[in-house]
Design a binder for this molecule. Structure first.
Ligand SMILES: [Zn+2]
Length: 351
């Protein structure tokens, strides 16, 4: 009798092109999908100007409907679904920052359509992942969604986005270092399913950014070149693991708690970076290395840099574990006390 029942499905982008002036690859990639020439572009107003018009200029003979949307909300996702059905599209191009790509992931998952991710900025590691963050009245939530079939990351386009976004993307990837420690901690204490390959790749992505942090500067296309591969790779780790575990631990809970209590103050990756300094301290690891790399890149390392107060940091650390009670981290099941949170924040110079 065979009682072995494990199954795992891994979905990757099959075609990734990154570098200078690569938007023209869109035609070959669309042809590679082997479907009709009727498609939808999900984009925003600024991102349409930044890359959308260029992309469309390569798609002569294609019938493309351009849907210009704002944030990744449940409402906008349903607008996109209606427009795609109306146009009879057989594929989607997502041209924009995180929110446009998140929308495409969600709607293409629902409609079972292939999509190509064409990022105009790289503020977090979701460019190539199979998870999307969707806003609704009850707050933001991470949902399982479709992986892009292809990624076209043009360094010439991304370097024109505000540098703060790229620095935040780097901080998000650096925070993998604590996410994988939390995961390993849960493996040792809770016998949680663990993927050594996903964990190693997540570490490698973080270390490759840390190792080159002195070369990551504003207005330098080379900086995008150095960072885009680890940022994409970090997203792929989630596909390998089948969850966001390799890239999201207690530092992400800290960030999500700040999003709930103090929305709009700082970017996702910026908050995760600061969270990672503190949770690395709790793990007894080299938190100074994280802080120094973030500082070198120009990402925030303290409460002031995030636009929040010392009390906000303490409160978010105390309540962070409530974000995902099923995800065991260094913060434990019951979280840490306000005294402990204040100690770690002070010891690491966050407050
Ligand atoms: Zn993240």
């Amino acid at each position: 009798m065979n009682d072995f029942t494990k199954v795992k499905a891994v979905e990757f982008p099959r075609n990734i092109v990154a570098g200078h002036d690569v938007l023209g690859n869109v035609r070959e990639m669309c042809e590679g999908i082997h479907t009709s020439r009727v498609g939808t572009v999900i984009t925003g107003e600024t991102t349409m100007k930044a890359a959308g018009r260029d992309v469309l200029s390569y798609l002569d003979g294609y019938d493309m409907d351009v849907v210009t949307l704002g944030e990744a909300t449940v409402e906008n996702a349903s607008v996109a679904v209606d427009r795609i059905k109306e146009h009879g599209s057989s594929f989607v191009l997502a041209i924009g920052g995180g929110s446009k790509i998140d929308l495409a992931k969600v709607v293409c998952n629902e409609l079972k359509l292939p999509f190509i991710s064409i990022p105009t900025s790289a503020a977090h590691d979701g460019i190539a992942s199979n998870r999307a963050s969707l806003k609704s009245a009850s707050g933001s939530r991470s949902v399982a969604s479709a992986s892009p079939i292809g990624v076209i990351a043009d360094t010439q386009v991304i370097v024109k986005a505000p540098y703060r976004l790229l620095a935040s993307g780097c901080a998000d990837v650096i925070s993998n270092l604590t996410a994988i420690m939390d995961w390993d901690f849960a493996r040792r204490l809770r016998n949680e399913e663990f993927s050594r390959s996903a964990s190693s790749l997540a570490r490698y992505a973080a270390e490759s950014i840390m190792d080159s942090c002195d070369l990551i500067k504003p207005n330098m296309e080379e900086s995008v070149w150095i960072t885009i591969k680890p940022i994409i790779m970090s997203g792929i780790c989630m596909s390998i693991a089948g969850s966001s575990r390799p890239t999201s631990g207690a530092e992400h809970m800290f960030s999500h708690m700040l999003d709930l209590r103090h929305p709009g103050r700082a970017l996702h990756g910026e908050q995760c970076g600061v969270g990672s300094i503190m949770t690395m301290y709790l793990h007894g690891g080299d938190w100074e290395a994280i802080r120094d790399a973030l500082a070198e890149i120009g990402a925030p390392t303290d409460a002031k840099g995030l636009g929040i107060t010392a009390d906000d940091v303490i409160d978010a650390m105390v309540h962070a574990h409530e974000i995902r009670p099923d995800r065991f981290t260094i913060l434990g099941d019951k979280g840490i006390s306000a005294d402990a949170a204040e100690n770690v924040a002070r010891a690491t110079g966050v407050i």
